[in-house]
Ligand binder design. Structure first.
Ligand code: ADP
Length: 355
């Protein structure tokens, strides 16, 4: 079965075509600058039309959707109700869900009758218990505004956790893992028995680790103080926290970890500080999740930094488990979110219909 996996962003569509169940990658591509001035792609529909003209045979589609809130704890077959649910989540993911939805609606028009499945970035973290997902805020904010920790990168954390179980030749149900997805956006997850029990990102992907351009954990009172002092409105403050902070903000140089390491090695102090802070925050979270899990079989690194920058991994791991009697394994596992989406799409479509 040929399954097309689509990651539809605000101005881009990335896609991969898999033959399932053999998992063979048949095609891989991207269209960019959708909707921008001078672009030949007016919208997602015109972009997808070009992609499909090239691919021709598609038997099912798997879509990445960023936010499924509490409405979705597993992949879903697209129907009217599921589309309604994704629309409802646009309010809490206004930058991502509308673009994801455009891809789904375009596919419905271009591929009538072809089954479509949505796989949510938040779904894997729906197993996190209340004590870890409720913030210390008035409880009715949770009830009325759906204000809680959701977590992201779920498909990646789930994929590398499953791979770890395969590599360690141990069932997921008997494993305690910490998965570190370290890219431009970074997050870390505690996985117990194959289920996410805590994760560093929160209501949005801003919480937790210091990232390429995102600040991660900050005293919330400092934010309101800065807004007051610098006369910033919420939108401006939001942009600074998401786009001008993190490694870029600290170093004043770049969000690119390769460049920062090179600069740090040349003696640039601010670049060194940015790398040190990145590493320190990760070590702190690993310590916390070790306590959450009460033991650890393996620490897993993935994504751009996690997969490629051995020196950063070494700094994170240096002396980290010295106090443990049984040392956990340290694994580097390349993530493959698209393959995970193809697997989940195939699984859902192959399931015999309920009688
Ligand atoms: P995202 O998907 O969140 O945009 P990536 O997972 O591609 O991010 O990671 C980007 C980060 O990984 C950058 O800081 C980059 O410097 C670092 N990196 C290190 N080595 C590589 C590599 N070989 N390819 C891509 N990114 C790399």
């Amino acid at each position: 079965m040929k399954i097309l996996v689509i990651n539809s962003g605000s101005s881009s569509i990335k896609y991969k075509l898999f033959e399932m169940p053999s998992e063979r990658l048949l095609k891989n591509g991207a269209i960019e600058h959708i909707g921008e001035d001078g672009s030949k792609f007016r919208d997602h529909y015109s972009g997808l039309k070009i992609i499909l003209e090239e691919i021709k045979l598609v038997e099912a589609v798997g879509h990445r959707v960023v936010h499924g809130a509490e409405d979705f704890n597993k992949p879903a077959l697209v129907n009217e109700q599921v589309i309604k649910g994704i629309k409802k989540c646009c309010a809490i993911a206004p930058l991502h869900n509308p673009a994801n939805l455009s891809g789904i609606l375009a596919c419905q028009k271009l591929l009538p009758g072809v089954k479509q499945v949505v796989v949510f970035d938040t779904a894997f973290h729906q197993s996190i218990p209340e004590q870890a997902f409720i913030y210390g805020l008035p409880y009715d904010y949770y009830q009325k505004l759906r204000a809680r920790k959701y977590g992201f990168h779920g498909t990646s954390h789930e994929y590398v956790a499953a791979e770890a179980s395969r590599l360690l030749k141990k069932p997921a149900s008997r494993l305690k893992l910490i998965t570190c997805h370290l890219g431009n956006g970074s997050s870390i997850t505690a996985v117990c028995g194959g289920k996410s029990v805590d994760t560093s990102m929160g209501y949005t992907p801003l919480e937790g680790l210091v990232m390429g351009t995102r600040c991660g954990d900050v005293d919330p009172a400092l934010i309101t103080h800065i807004m007051h002092k610098k006369n910033l409105n919420p939108k401006e403050m939001d942009r600074i926290l998401n786009k001008e902070s993190g490694l870029k903000g600290i170093s004043g140089i770049s969000n690119d970890m390769r460049l920062l390491e090179a600069k740090a090695n040349e003696g640039n102090q601010r670049a060194k500080l940015a790398v040190d802070i990145f590493v320190y925050r990760i070590r702190k979270y690993i310590g916390a999740y070790l306590a959450v899990l009460g033991g650890l079989d393996a620490l897993i690194f993935t994504a751009g930094i996690g997969e490629n920058q051995a020196s950063v991994r070494d700094s994170i791991c240096k002396g980290l488990f010295d106090c443990l009697k049984v040392k956990p394994k340290i694994l580097v596992i390349p993530t493959n979110e698209e393959l995970m989406i193809a697997r989940q799409t195939y699984k859902l479509i192959k399931r015999p219909a309920k009688r």
